[in-house]
Design a protein around this ligand. Sequence first.
Ligand code: NAD
Ligand code: UGA
Length: 469
Amino acid sequence: MTKICCIGAGYVGGPTMAIIALKCPEIQVAVVDISAPRINAWNSEQLPIYEPGLDNVVKQCRGKNLFFSNDVEKHVCEADIVFVSVNTPTKTQGLGAGKAADLTYWESAARMIADVSKSSKIVVEKSTVPVKTAEAIERILTHNSKGISFQILSNPEFLAEGTAIEDLLKPDRVLIGGRETPEGNKAVKALKDVYAHWVPEDRILCANLWSAELSKLAANAFLAQRISSVNAMSALCEATGADVTEVSHAVGKDTRIGPKFLNASVGFGGSCFQKDILNLVYICECNGLPEVAHYWKQVIIMNDYQKNRFVNRVVSSMFNTVANKKIAILGFAFKKDTGDTRETPAIDVCNGLLGDKAQLSIYDPQVSESQIQKDLSMQKFDWDHPAHLQPSGPTDLKQVSVVRDAYAATKDAHAVCILTEWDEFKSLDYQKIYDNMQKPAFIFDGRNVIDVEKSRKMGFVVYSIGKQL
Ligand code: NAD
Ligand code: UGA
């Protein structure tokens, strides 16, 4: 029986391994992590992440050929294939702070693999890493190993949160990079055979190691660039009377451009777009390509601009002050169908409003009160000026309350800000919300969720990204 071990039981490691276990009943899959609470949650009824369809898959396989464990060394030692899916955040200190990827977790995982291995293994980079990381990992593994052979593969993950199960079951492509040697080819074939259990062969792409590593950064940069492009247009739409939804629709009809990923928003969030672009920028700078670095950096600058623009719009519309005004925040997660708040635009928007002394009443169907309080009390790391930590968000968390539903959040509020496109926000009773708010009642729709015309007829003052004011 082939044994797979995945180091890192997070948003990628958990769902990815669950699908491998589901589709490959003859493979034994162990997902290991240093975090005991995380592993306990994977072994409980309440999984540590919210992802539609995930519960069902885990329930089918857990205890049969899918195991979650803190015994990292044992499972690594026994495995034929070791995926490494640990976090690779942006460095906050030292050389490259604010841009470069922090490979501390990756390196410690690699050293542990070298230390505990007693047989040859295929080591798969699942985490998103800087191009050429495989070379560094190879050096660590071969330096520490006692004559054991390791083949390093790059197999970046392209799933998006909220649709992870769908994305894993029907991926646009699976990408595998390996050394162009007989041993490298053999390792690529072994991993290909795993995916071939459910992914059509023409969707499994093979490349050299560096192309595979760089393709992941490139894909995220292209995706984020589309959002910054449409968000830049949204500002121009507001200034000219064009409607960004109509512009996106018309632009996306061009088959060379395509309709997906052209929704204007309050800004993109999530743990990866910003970090991966910063990582790309750093790699360009290190390779003496300042113009290329500058080009990609602009995608993030535009995203920061969009979030600031939203806050300024709220404050300026409400007679230039939100001090002591109750503002309802609908949605805190970085997108719908996830409870993840990493780099969510809601943090910046809330902190901006709190800086102007607003009273916030926050509702999100999947984010806990403790997570929101934690996010809003953390110091913000300024990627562009990494030496200075920004002053923390609210000094007084009494300005923030977290409530159970949208009606409680909006009761007696002066304004509503929609920051996540949860489906339930489309079907709220906005007449009831209007009736229970202070007047004039403002709605600032950062996700183009509401019907602008209808809401204006009810009496709301409406601001919707990229729409006529
Ligand atoms: P995560 O923070 O949810 O999970 C990482 C896990 O690794 C954590 O549970 C942590 O405790 C564990 N870990 C860290 N060091 C360890 C070690 N030495 N031994 C054992 N466990 C260790 O991160 P994630 O969102 O799953 O992302 C993982 C990687 O995948 C990142 O490189 C990310 O860029 C990439 N990625 C993420 C997504 C996504 O949607 N979140 C999609 C594609 C790629
Ligand atoms: C993104 C990519 O889509 C995945 O392919 C990739 O694997 C992943 O990053 C990663 O490397 O972590 P994810 O961040 O989970 O996935 O979610 P997306 O659907 O890409 O959304 C990212 C952000 O962009 C969200 O805040 C979303 O609301 C925003 N967005 C997305 C827009 O503002 N407009 C759009 O048209 C699309």
